[in-house]
Write a protein that binds this ligand. Structure first.
Ligand code: ATP
Length: 136
């Protein structure tokens, strides 16, 4: 079994899609092991997106992710990292996310794309420690 960090980004919370996203995670057979509604401080946002520092969309991404409450969750199950990324769909909701995925069903913009999921087991370990320090 594996764990992944999921964020329901501020656009997903504002649009009332928390239940929809959680339902899709649970229906797939993945389990919630932590779940929190959170207003994100600038330093947490910067640490989470450190790999994007210097990119043209970096400041806009930080402004977006701190623009309102988001839901952070730790999700567990067999191949949870890949399974959640499949449920989420590709980063670009129109060009990459398939219909039937969260982004393919609910998003139109690359930045406001509803959810985040860790991209590897190593990223998941780093992100889970960042968002839920000491979670056992
Ligand atoms: P996430 O890490 O949020 O799951 P991802 O792995 O699909 O997304 P990344 O390439 O890591 O995509 O980008 C992280 C986030 O930055 C994206 O989910 C999106 O919100 C934003 N983003 C990525 N590329 C762009 C872009 N070209 N313009 C604006 N925002 C972008």
């Amino acid at each position: 079994s594996e764990r992944t960090l999921v964020l329901i980004k501020p656009d997903g919370v504002a649009r009332g899609l928390v239940g929809e996203v959680v339902a899709r995670i649970e229906r797939r057979g993945l389990k919630l092991v932590a779940l929190e509604l959170k207003n994100v401080a600038d330093d947490l946002a910067a640490k989470h997106y450190a790999e994007h520092e210097g990119k043209p969309f970096y400041q806009s991404l930080l402004d977006f992710i701190t623009s309102g409450p988001l839901v952070a969750a730790v999700v567990e199950g067999p191949r949870a990292v890949g399974a959640f990324r499949q449920i989420a769909g590709g980063t670009d909701p129109v060009d990459k996310a398939a219909p039937g995925s969260i982004r393919g069903d609910f998003a139109l913009e690359v930045q406001e794309n509803i959810v985040h999921g860790s991209d590897s087991a190593e990223s998941a370990a780093r992100e889970i420690e960042l968002w839920f320090p000491g979670l056992s």
